[in-house]
Design a protein around this ligand. Structure first.
Ligand code: DGY
Length: 338
């Protein structure tokens, strides 16, 4: 790993030493270096497992992202020499599935995330995926840019209306709920949801029909949108069996985590016409995308852009900093996961 120091003041050994694994918005980097002794990887590529393993021995905290994988065996090196120095992984992002949480806890390392601040942008992008897929926006843009557009005609690139379609939501956390609000209030869509913990407050439940099982949801929806975290329980939740329960005109939208969908089963189901399309922002083996998806016109593909606004990415960085500051001030960090 090439490292670049973000220090703008002389080294101060009293300040926590923090490794930032990727380039962050300038405003965030400035705020970080004002409070911490920060080293950033200069390459802006995912760190290797050995670099991440080393970071646990060399830094008081690491600020990783979704691309930095901390499997359980990295935390087993706790008693190796030199011992772990790291006490906090202040993740930049709400999803922490790339970190073996129980193993981190076992090694005495606290993990925090950055919820709330990306909810609206991720929900907005989910609506964008639905619209792009149903209104064939990707196909239209590809045609126009390729010089193949011959002009307006009444039967050209006819899509399907989003308004009024029945939406099925899997996982009714912050983002699932924000998508339900947009769909209901902005597009007049009936909303069904299946979630582990059904909210008890009336405002969250308003206008949403909660169903008891995934099987009860799948045959009823026009659009299935995934908003659950990636956990061992949700891995390949949408597999061949689940896909077979969708109606042939239904579509799948995923702005959560790629692991929730069995991508090979999805390609197979699309090839057989078992569903009408998919709009995906996340993939099982990012940045690799199943080749069976790449050539399809009934698929919309985005490169994990859910939280990709200046506003969200700045707020995520500042929230990670807030967690770092609180932790090293001896206060409970606001967004402790384990
Ligand atoms: C998140 O916050 O989980 C986004 O997917 C970026 O990692």
């Amino acid at each position: 790993m090439t490292e670049r120091s973000l220090r703008d003041s002389p080294t101060d050994s009293r300040r926590p030493r923090v490794l930032v694994t990727r380039r962050l918005p300038e405003r965030v980097e400035a705020a970080l270096r004002a409070q911490l002794e920060v080293t950033r990887s200069a390459d802006d590529v995912p760190l290797s497992e050995s670099a991440l393993a080393r970071s646990l021995h060399e830094y008081d905290a690491v600020l990783p992202t979704v691309t930095d994988r901390f499997p359980a065996h990295l935390f087993a090196q706790r008693d190796a020499s030199p011992p772990f120095r790291c006490r906090l992984l202040a993740n930049f992002g709400v999803g922490v599935n790339q970190i073996a949480l129980e193993a981190a806890r076992g090694a005495g390392i606290v993990v925090t995330n950055t919820p709330d601040v990306l909810t609206d942008d991720t929900a907005d992008l989910t609506m964008l995926l639905m619209l792009a897929l149903l209104r064939r926006a990707g196909e239209g843009e590809r045609e126009l840019r390729a010089g193949r557009w011959t002009g307006w005609r009444p039967t050209h690139l006819l899509g399907r209306r989003l308004s009024g379609k029945t939406l099925g939501i899997v996982g009714f956390g912050r983002i699932g709920r924000a998508v339900a609000d947009r769909a209901r209030l902005g597009f007049g869509m009936p909303v069904l949801a299946w979630t582990r913990t059904v909210p008890t407050d009336a405002a969250a439940r308003a206008g949403v029909e909660f169903v008891p099982t995934l099987d009860a949801l799948l045959p009823r929806v026009d659009i299935l949108s995934l908003h659950c975290p990636a956990t061992p329980d949700t891995r390949h939740l949408i597999d061949a069996r689940a896909l077979a329960q969708l109606r042939p005109h239904a579509v799948l939208v995923n702005a959560a985590r790629g692991d929730v969908v069995d991508e090979a089963a999805l390609v197979d189901a699309l090839e057989r016409g078992a569903l009408a399309g998919a709009a995906l922002d996340v993939f099982e083996r990012e940045p690799i995308v199943h080749p069976g998806l790449l050539h399809r016109d009934d698929v919309v593909l985005l490169p994990h852009q859910g939280s990709g606004t200046v506003e969200a990415r700045e707020a995520m960085g500042l929230r990670a900093l807030e967690n770092l500051r609180a932790f090293f001030a001896g206060e409970p960090p606001r967004d402790r996961v384990v």
